[in-house]
Design a binder for this molecule. Structure first.
Ligand code: FAD
Ligand code: NAD
Length: 479
């Protein structure tokens, strides 16, 4: 008879490992199963986020930004640089070291909190039994009172651009490109396309993004998306909207790409490398035995309620595997919520306030509703915007592209959303997220004392502008 756990979690990405730690903190006997292996075939925790997602991509974004800054941006400060070079192998090596540091850190956290980390593949059987096939092929069946499915997501593959891992790569391959491609094509001008396109653009590639939709960053606030596109285009990203890829052909060491524009015209391009990043899909292969009884929704995600419970009592699902944005922090919060529910606490997550960031430079960040969503809901609202060009600290840093936009309900003044393109937008939007969590009005935020000189003064001024009270800019008439 195998050991019985209070909770078994399948998957140790940011959803699963955070949930495991919280469950163990709450006194639950917890095991977390992970099948990811590193280049040496050793089991490794952290999932997409730490191995091939958030952390490696931000590492390359930071390295490439420092190179670009040293080469192109420092002159204005009176700093002359010459002979600035990038060693791509060293840049990738640093990234790999950081991945190792963080994935290894999870094993340490598991130990410190008393989580049993198991390496292998987990499959949910009937009842709350989990079959574990370890990395040597040995099979055991584990029993649990509760099971949390956290197997994450995979890149979507499209038949017109089959990934070969060499000339045509997905987001994982794009983190391993060993030399700067002269011409880089990107299918999909979404989050990954913009982040990884920026990395290689800064390192010297000519980058063309082919985006099927007519709207740029369709889920973002329209005003911020428009401003962002202007900034990225100025930086050299060639963003072609309404461009649906119809075929790719490898000829020698080149990728020939054909695409159709919305008006029906056919076009083609030749690239040295092509990144396919057209979204991600839930990873359910091998996760559920037929008899598990767990239901999927029409998009192939595990069907869950607001508290991430599936249709099978005692079985939960969290993170990229379930509805909602595919973001590390959204999965982690769901993981905490579910651990607390299992431990008998009252827990819930506020899905209305989940910040979303694109880590380009400047960053694009948002929380809450867009102006279009508020308008569609028929709510009366006021908008306050403020440009970084009028912020002393941004001018001092020569980092003035972009603006902050805050939307508040016209009757209650309660903040409904904040959208930023600009320097440190990720950290600035978090200030508004906290304010929103406490039910702040734009006036409350406007009455808060902000340090001078800081970039966050743009948030302050935008909050004041909602009610026509911005100081360092003429105010628009209130609606
Ligand atoms: P995952 O991180 O995918 O983890 C799931 C784990 O489950 C994996 O380790 C997998 O091996 C394991 N698993 C699957 N099936 C089984 C099984 N049967 N048995 C055992 N183990 C199994 N999000 C952000 O919030 N910010 C960012 O900056 C950001 N950048 C990104 C950059 C890139 C290039 C990519 C690709 C993604 C990025 N994301 C970012 C998204 C983020 O990585 C995901 O939202 C997050 O990792 C999802 O967490 P998860 O735990 O649900 O799944
Ligand atoms: P995405 O949904 O952000 O963008 C994909 C884009 O590809 C869309 O604009 C879509 O219209 C376009 N597209 C789809 N099919 C196409 C086709 N055949 N031809 C041309 N364009 C096509 O997806 P992504 O960039 O692959 O990223 C996947 C997910 O990973 C994101 O949605 C996000 O949840 C997560 N992620 C988050 C971050 C972050 O938080 N900073 C970073 C990277 C990834």
């Amino acid at each position: 008879m195998s050991e019985k756990y209070d909770v078994i979690i399948i998957g140790s990405g940011p959803a699963g490992y955070v949930s495991a730690i919280r469950a163990a903190q709450l006194g639950l006997k917890t095991a977390c199963i992970e099948k990811w292996k590193d280049a040496d075939g050793k089991g490794v925790n952290g999932g997409t986020c730490l191995n091939v997602g958030c952390i490696p991509s931000k590492t390359l974004l930071d390295s490439s930004f420092k190179y670009h800054e040293a080469k192109e941006e420092l002159g204005i400060h009176g700093i002359s640089t010459s002979g600035v070079k990038i060693d791509i192998a060293a840049m990738l090596e640093r990234k790999n070291k950081i991945i190792k540091q963080f994935t290894g850190g999870i094993a340490g956290l598991f130990k410190a909190n008393g989580v049993t980390g198991l390496y292998g593949t987990g499959k949910l059987l009937n009842g709350k039994q989990v079959e574990l096939t370890d990395n040597d092929g040995n099979v055991t069946v584990l029993d649990a009172d509760n099971v949390i499915l956290a197997s994450g997501s995979l890149p979507i593959a499209i038949p017109v651009a089959p990934v070969d891992g060499d000339l045509i790569v997905d987001s994982t391959g794009a983190l391993e490109i060993g030399e700067v491609p002269k011409r880089l094509g990107v299918i999909g001008a979404g989050v990954i396309g913009l982040e990884l396109g920026s990395v290689w653009n800064r390192l010297g590639s000519e980058v063309v993004l082919l985006e099927a939709m007519e709207d740029f960053l369709a889920i973002m606030d329209k005003g911020i998306a428009k401003e962002s596109k202007k900034i990225f285009t100025k930086q050299g990203l060639d963003i072609r909207l309404g461009a649906r890829v119809t075929g790719t052909e490898i000829k020698g060491r080149e990728v020939h790409v054909t695409y159709v524009m919305t008006d029906g015209s056919e076009k083609s391009e030749i690239f040295d490398k092509l990144i396919v990043c057209v979204g991600r899909r839930p990873f359910t292969e091998g996760l559920l035995a037929a008899e598990s009884g767990v239901q999927l929704d029409e998009r192939g995600s595990i069907f869950v309620n607001e508290q991430c419970a599936t249709n099978v009592p005692g079985v939960y699902a969290i993170g990229d595997l379930v509805r909602g944005p595919m973001l590390a922090h959204k999965g982690s919060e769901e993981g905490v919520m579910v651990a607390e529910v299992i431990a008998g606490h009252k827990a819930q997550m506020n899905y209305d306030i989940v910040p979303n960031v694109i880590y380009t430079h400047p960053e694009v960040a948002s929380v809450g509703q867009t102006e279009e969503q508020v308008k569609a809901a028929g709510e009366p609202y006021n908008v306050g915007s403020f440009p970084f060009a009028a912020i002393g600290r941004a001018v001092a840093a020569n980092d003035t592209d972009g603006m902050v936009k805050i939307i508040a309900h016209a009757d209650t003044d309660r903040i409904l959303g904040c959208h930023i393109v600009g320097p440190s937008a990720a950290d600035l939007v978090q200030q508004v997220a906290i304010a929103m969590e406490f039910g702040s009005s734009a006036e409350d935020l406007g009455m808060t004392v902000f340090s001078h000189p800081t970039l966050s003064e743009a948030v302050h001024e935008a909050a004041l502008a909602v009610n026509g009270a911005a100081i360092h800019m003429p105010n628009r008439k209130r609606r």
